[in-house]
Design a protein around this ligand. Structure first.
Ligand code: SF4
Length: 406
């Protein structure tokens, strides 16, 4: 039974970042950030295209010097996705980025602190209809807030965002989204919860400086998924110490896994392997992951270690492969459809998946010689059961041993 997300999302106001809607009933969007020098126009564009292909809806580029702003003037018109300029310390860089034509700004209230500068940027953004993210970061709060609260508490982070909002309010600017990121998951979760109580502006979720994968992926997922499942969050970014394509891919995969975005790419499932495995499941699963890459195939694909249990355990998968007797058994919705040599099974899996994507499950089942595939599968299944019995992990033997020792 397919259970899709039943999360009631908190209603927020909607803004547009270029042509991407954020907040309200818009799907949760995926963001990432380039790590090139923004002045390197071709290198940055190449990365933006790679990020968009991996699932990013919006990309942020640093605008830290005049050469970066000039680069943005060349990048924005050629970018496949809206571009946000990341601004720290120098409010003039925000002005320059707007002149360059960016679709949004991110300001850090912790390091652009003079009210007249903040208001000047907001007034200009209002005239140009450009949204601004108030990007609070636990590690760079206004020193006065550290003094007042003793450390970067959720309350301090929310106050930082509210102070910035009040300045924006003074010039009548409300195209706002807000983030209160921290590298501590419990801190960021609590800060976002408190923030969502006091504002209906859309929220941008992230665990900042989460670090390299896999720990960084786990931290970011823990924080972002917890909030999304509470209905909080309108746009997300994984901050990983890795190729930013990993960030975009992780964001997309998380939203697809939570049922918050329609599946566009392969959902690869694989058994954990066990004593029955007839093949190195980890290796085959990795080969399959690589072979599918970012192909636009919205299918669930299974890699299973043995033909004894594989097709049955993965019967909900659109297509899968199970190993047995040095052969790969392809199955569609649990039905065996073909038997191929073991070293061809990943290629065949890709070929059949492409076929299903183009012609559908029924056409693929029609294309198969089902009787032959079933017979061959039965043969291998029977052989393995014969060799391994139904206790392939020798658990019964071990239990007898354990009992003899107590
Ligand atoms: S029984 Fe087969 S499919 Fe299940 S975990 Fe073991 S090898 Fe994988």
């Amino acid at each position: 039974m397919e259970v899709s997300s039943s999360v009631a999302r908190k209603q927020t106001r909607q803004i547009s970042v270029g042509d991407v809607l954020v907040g309200g009933d818009a799907p949760v969007s995926i963001q990432s950030m380039t790590i090139t020098k923004t002045a390197d126009v071709e290198g940055t564009l190449q990365q933006i295209y790679a990020l968009a292909a991996a699932g990013a809806d919006i990309v942020r580029c640093t605008c830290n010097e005049i050469e970066a702003a000039e680069g943005l003037a060349r990048i924005v018109p050629r970018s496949p996705v809206p571009i946000i300029a990341d601004i720290h310390h120098q409010y003039k860089m925000a002005m320059a980025a707007m002149e360059a034509g960016v679709d949004g700004l991110r300001l850090n209230p912790g390091n652009i602190r003079r009210p007249e500068h903040i208001k000047a940027v907001a007034a200009e953004a209002k005239d140009r209809n450009i949204p601004i993210r108030i990007g609070v970061n636990a590690g760079s709060l206004d020193p006065k807030l550290y003094e007042k609260y003793g450390s970067a508490t959720p309350e301090a982070m929310v106050e930082s965002a509210q102070t910035e909002m009040a300045y924006f309010d003074e010039v009548g600017f409300d195209l706002i989204k807000i983030s209160v990121k921290a590298s501590s998951v419990p801190l960021m979760v609590e800060a976002y919860r408190q923030l969502s109580e006091v504002t209906d502006h859309p929220l941008h979720l992230g665990v900042t400086e989460a670090g390299p994968p896999p720990a960084g992926l786990i931290k970011a997922t823990a924080g972002i998924a917890t909030l999304l499942l509470e209905g909080i969050g309108d746009t997300i970014r994984y901050s990983l110490t890795a190729d930013p394509v990993e960030e975009a891919r992780a964001g997309r995969q998380l939203l697809e896994a939570l049922g918050l975005r329609e599946r566009k790419n392969v959902d690869l499932i694989a058994c954990p392997s066990c004593g029955r495995a007839e093949v190195d499941v980890i290796k085959v699963a990795n080969e399959a992951m690589e072979a599918f890459g970012d192909r636009k195939l919205p299918l669930q694909i299974a890699v299973m270690g043995c033909v004894v249990n594989g097709p049955g355990e993965a019967r909900d998968a659109d297509i899968g492969i199970a190993a047995g007797n040095k052969r790969g058994h392809l199955f569609i919705k649990g039905q065996n459809v073909a038997v191929v040599p073991e070293d061809e099974m990943v290629d065949q899996l890709v070929e059949w998946a492409e076929f299903i994507n183009e012609h559908g499950i029924d056409a693929a089942l029609e294309r198969a010689d089902l009787d032959k595939a079933r017979r061959e599968a039965e043969k291998d299944r029977a052989k393995l059961l014969d060799e391994q019995g139904d206790d392939a992990n020798h658990a019964n033997e071990k239990i007898v041993q354990i009992r003899s020792k107590v």
